[in-house]
Design a protein around this ligand. Structure first.
Ligand code: TC6
Length: 311
């Protein structure tokens, strides 16, 4: 439950809050369902780049894992993406995903049991909204190795104003460089990738464990201020990163090191996404637009371990 009974904000209570450790166990079936959820093979069942994420193609022993699969590790510990914030009551129906950041330390196994350590990484009073940042470190239970880190930035409309407006509360436990807003270059993009989401995209994506009702329930979507259910931000991110792997990494998903996304406007299932990419050293800057509206919906960067030799 994303709720609390206190009405007065007590930062010390919130910052001292201990979140329970979560366990997330997955199999190759989960990996394949996730890949379908972020559009793999959505345009062609024999897509040359995508089939390996959903099928043991060419006798490959294991189904390959998309790097954005990491985002799922958070939802076992933070159901619906609504963090428990003691002392700071809010309406979970008004919460949106503002940003998402991922660091990948080890290649993701195609099946594993993981333990997930949850901490509050940031809290900011923006007046009309509160911003809560939840960090999850994921360990492989078998080897004890740290696999990845997710940091979700929840933008909670209507929950701001909990501190003095002359000195708005702001706490962050990580360097600001990790979230620096990207500047979209004025030059022609290195690559542009178009992909359609399906009308059922959010209903398929949620089966991977991200069950926030704003993505499925028309009534909840209306209360949240949308004419119909919206696509999960991390689903949009999955589409974009898959496009970058195809267009810049020449299909090699192991090149991806860090992923950062900021969600600028909602995407409705069924809309067409256009991902524009610019390569700057080992960083790929991207912007995703909804084609039908020519509207930017997400921007950010993907850091790579290396560049493809054919670039
Ligand atoms: C979580 C799980 C549940 C939900 C899942 C989903 O997937 S939902 C689907 C996926 N998500 C979506 O579809 C969400 C799509 N995005 C939106 O609808 C809007 O961008 C918004 C409602 C998040 C903010 O709009 P607005 O007009 O209310 O904002 P403003 O421009 O007036 O700025 C106010 C302050 O907030 C800052 N700030 C602004 N934006 C962001 C951000 N994204 N991120 C972080 N921070 C942000 C900005 O810098 C400023 O601070 P400053 O500079 O004063 O210190």
């Amino acid at each position: 439950m994303a709720n609390s009974t206190c009405s007065e904000f007590k930062p010390e209570l919130l910052l001292a809050h201990k979140y329970p450790e979560g366990t997330f166990t997955y199999t190759e079936r989960d990996v394949a369902i996730y890949a379908l959820g972020v559009g793999a093979c959505g345009q062609s069942a024999v897509d040359v780049g995508d089939l390996k994420y959903v099928y043991n193609e060419n006798g490959q022993q294991f189904v390959q894992v998309l790097p954005t699969f990491c985002a799922l590790f958070l939802f076992e510990s933070v159901p619906g993406g609504c963090p428990d914030l003691p002392g700071l009551p809010y309406d979970p129906r008004l919460l949106l995903l503002g940003q998402h950041y991922i660091e990948i330390y080890k290649p993701l196994p195609s099946s594993a049991s993981t333990s997930n350590e949850v901490t509050l990484a940031g809290l900011h009073d923006k007046g009309k909204a509160a911003i809560a940042e939840v960090e999850v470190k994921t360990y492989d239970k078998g080897s004890g190795q740290l696999l990845c880190m997710n940091r979700m930035t929840a933008y909670i409309r209507g929950a701001g104003g909990f501190s003095k407006s002359s000195q708005p509360f702001s706490y962050s436990k990580y360097p600001s460089i990790q979230v620096s807003a990207v500047k979209i270059p004025k030059t022609q993009p290195f690559a542009v990738f178009e992909d359609s989401t399906q009308p059922s995209q959010a209903l398929l994506y949620r089966l991977s464990g991200d069950y926030n009702r704003v993505h499925a329930d028309p009534g909840i979507a209306k209360i949240a201020g949308f004419p119909r259910p919206i696509l999960h931000g991390v689903c949009t991110l999955g589409f974009v990163v898959r496009a970058i792997i195809k267009s810049v990494c020449r299909g090699d998903q192991s090149m991806v090191k860090n992923i950062s996304g900021r969600f600028l406007a909602p995407v409705y299932p069924g809309e067409t996404l256009i991902s524009e990419m610019w390569v700057q050293g080992l960083r790929v800057i991207y912007q995703a637009k909804v084609k039908e509206l020519n509207r930017a919906v997400a921007s950010g960067f993907v850091d790579l371990h290396r560049l493809a030799s054919s670039l």
